[in-house]
Design a binder for this molecule. Structure first.
Ligand SMILES: Cc1ncc(COP(=O)(O)O)c(C=O)c1O
Length: 445
């Protein structure tokens, strides 16, 4: 009998005992190809010698020094590395221990910025429906996933939500990308006006939507229009790159491909790559300067922020990405993965959409391709795909509620940047096996 309060206490989990490159191995010796990096975390696979060595050496030298007393070398070096690759005006880094904490820090920075700037009336947050920004109360409030929010609603700070940029379902027939992006920006503009232009603090969005929609890209020009709307109203743009950032989409920051720079950006999963828990919020100069020249103090903080061993690990991850060419592998590998996915599943009667960028791909499952009708949620197609994939020795990240938090199923893929072509074939073949096993019976049901 386990004493652990597991994520899903009714589930019997295999015991993971070893990581070897792109594979996890359980106590029975079964190997699982990690095609989702857990939840888009393990971008370097599971046994990167350079990262392990950097953490071991740091632990031997200095595991931890509380940041109210000291700074530490790996934290300073990691901030330098992150800012060196970030566009102006992003020039400071606030370290935390994960994605939700990075979002919480961004929300509080936004609020404190406006208080210190003399605009204390700015208190509203706008997010997008179906978005996920973490499970702490602030992050959950700004997230728009109905199912995740429902029972905690009475505890959540006020936030409203506009439509996601989800072309497969949201773009009208005959509407161009440009027109769709403009329509969504107009919706954001209208929501800001409804709340009172000078009462809104920030708009929060994932640059590329991960877990809840399945690697959904913004249409070209969408974020430029969004940035214009935010600027017109003095509203901050907070981008959540906890999942899609740190090279997952082919550039260190996913927003680099959208022609905008946010005021605050949250990163986490690929920052530590699973070797240590770590997250960070990159902060624009105007926010930092306002707080430092005002109260001089960001009223926030956690015990483990800037943890020396975590920072040393993340710094080694950055070196592997930039100096050892792993970031440069993402786009070519991603193109190969796309080609193989489209060849294997592109004409599948229950695959409605294959979308993504870099090594971040989503496959949306439908009961009918022409009408895009989802499967009956009672069939729990996503949960069954996860189970069948594990049976076949594949970790992928299926999720339900793609349309509205209840209906819809997709599979998210986020394999490590170290994959070889043969493993891409293994991935696509095992995914096909899992889908076949589930979809045949789902259709018959
Ligand atoms: C986009 C996004 N933001 C925030 C989070 C929360 O991160 P964490 O689970 O590290 O708190 C996640 C986690 O899946 C995420 O995908």
């Amino acid at each position: 009998m386990t004493r652990v309060f597991h994520r899903n206490p009714r589930e019997a989990y295999p015991v993971a005992v070893r990581g070897e490159g792109a594979y996890l191995i359980d106590r029975e010796g079964k190997r699982y190809l990690d095609a989702s990096g857990g939840a888009a975390v393990s971008c370097l696979g599971h046994s990167d010698a350079a990262v392990v060595k950097a953490i071991q050496e740091q632990l031997a030298r200095l595991p931890f020094a509380h940041t109210s007393f000291f700074t530490n070398e790996p934290m300073e070096a990691l901030a330098d590395a992150l800012v060196a690759h970030a566009p102006a005006p992003l020039e400071k880094v606030y370290f935390v221990s994960g994605g939700s904490e990075a979002i919480e820090a961004a929300l509080k920075l936004a609020r404190q910025y406006f208080v210190e700037k003399g605009e204390p009336q700015r208190r509203y947050l706008i997010g997008r429906r179906q978005s996920y920004h973490g499970n702490t109360l602030g992050a959950l409030a700004v997230g728009g996933n109905a199912w995740r929010r429902k029972q905690f609603e009475p505890l959540l700070v006020e936030a409203t939500h506009v439509s996601p940029c989800y072309a497969y379902r949201g773009r009208h027939a005959g509407e161009s990308d440009t027109a769709y992006g403009e329509r969504l920006a107009a919706e954001l503009d209208a929501e800001i006006c409804r709340l009172g232009g000078d009462k809104v603090m920030a708009f929060v969005a994932e640059t590329v939507v991960g877990a809840t929609l399945g690697a959904v890209l913004p249409v070209a020009g969408y974020f430029k229009r969004v940035r214009e709307v935010c600027d017109r109203h003095g509203v901050l743009l907070i981008l959540d790159e906890v999942m899609c950032g740190m090279g997952r989409c082919g550039t260190l920051y996913a927003f680099e491909q959208e022609g905008v720079v946010p005021d605050l950006v949250a990163v986490a999963k690929g920052l530590g790559a699973g070797y240590q828990p770590i997250g960070a919020t990159l902060v624009a100069k105007h926010i930092y300067d306002t707080i430092v020249s005002g109260s001089g103090f960001f009223q926030h903080g956690h015990t483990y922020l800037g943890h020396a061993a975590a920072c040393a690990g993340a710094l080694a991850v950055q070196r592997r990405l930039h100096d050892d060419g792993l970031l440069a592998r993402v786009n070519p590998l991603g193109s190969l993965l796309e080609k193989k996915l489209r060849a294997a599943l592109g004409n599948h009667p229950h695959v409605g959409d294959i979308r993504g960028r870099g090594l971040f791909w989503g496959v949306e499952l439908v009961s009918d391709r022409a009408s895009k009708a989802p499967f009956d949620p009672k069939l729990r197609v996503h949960a069954r795909v996860k189970k069948e994939a594990l049976k076949a020795g594949l970790m992928c990240y299926p999720m339900g509620g793609t349309l509205d938090g209840v209906q819809g199923d997709h599979v998210l893929l986020a394999p490590p940047f170290i994959l070889e072509e043969a493993q891409l074939d293994e991935l696509v073949s095992k995914l096909g096996t899992a889908l076949e096993a589930v979809l045949k019976s789902a259709v018959a049901a």
